[in-house]
Design a binder for this molecule. Sequence first.
Ligand code: UD1
Length: 343
Amino acid sequence: MKELIIVTGGTGYIGSHTAVELMEAGYDVLIIDNLVNSRIEVLDGIEKITGRKPLFEKLDLCDRQGLTDCFARYPTTRAIIHFAAHKAVPESVEKPLKYYENNLLSLINLLNAMKNHGVRYFVFSSSCTVYGQPDKLPVTEESPIKKATSPYGNTKQISEEIISDVIAAGDAIEAISLRYFNPIGAHPSAHIGELPLGVPANLVPYLTQTAIGVREELRVFGDDYNTHDGSAVRDYINVVDLSRAHVVSINRLLAGKNAQGIEVFNLGTGKGLSVFEIIKAFVNATGVEFKYRVVNRRDGDIEQVYADTTMANKVLGWKAEIPLEETLRTAWKWEQTIRNQTG
Ligand code: UD1
């Protein structure tokens, strides 16, 4: 029998790609999602790629009783991968309680349900935002956790602490926290990808929408940073590569190979790229030109961050493999696909 993995937020961007990789690796997947920031049609995209539909429960994780009932319906569940969370940084500054309530209560309810139903293994979707602007680059898992620059970032820090405390208290839970750098791109089939609602805040969706003519120009937020070309530097990682790290983490937990306590891994490529470099790589990869203009820095942005991936490479045996230009071509193919669908 196949092992059943629950993927919360599994109709979202990283969740849907991870559901695909899990199913292709031979797992059964139950997606739990309340669809506030994703669409049910994502399940069709997953089916087109894998040949089967994942199980699905429409549920808000803040509904504790609903979650308990859901766990009771799937007694063979082996592990949870927890993506479901609000993630818009500026919105979290405007509506901190919305973020604290949703992101923390969801986690607490899940951990309680796991304890009550004897589900042991947990993979948490964390972020490099926990490091703030690191003093030393590339950033290792040992780098200090700085004061969060947004309520969103704070929910990721607090969540890791909650998981850690629960494990330290002796509860039968084993966990891996994956700190993502900047996930970009889409599945090469273009059956699933990122579906930003409204105006995208992130660089690559804004760029592809500009390239296709939905937006007039891309604004480059600052060219006066202390970086080699003045624009800000990030570690952009292909979403399929990133998703595969979740499969490896699940394999590790189920095989009992993880260490005591919460294990933490950076997931990036290890390479920092500037905004100008992304623009250039996109034009090289697709041959599509578009308008861009330098404007002021964006509030709250850090100058540069990129990962030291030694731990993930050595301990997880995982490495980002897909080249940047190929990744940008998948983002472009996805943008064209959704425009054709929505007109
Ligand atoms: C941000 C968060 C990160 C969070 C992620 C979720 C911070 C410091 N980081 O990542 O924690 O997990 O969002 O979505 O808040 N840029 C432009 N023009 C644009 C958009 C972006 O120049 O139209 C630049 C930004 O200034 C930045 C880079 O592109 O230098 C990447 O931006 P973005 O894609 O928004 O990701 P982060 O801000 O790194």
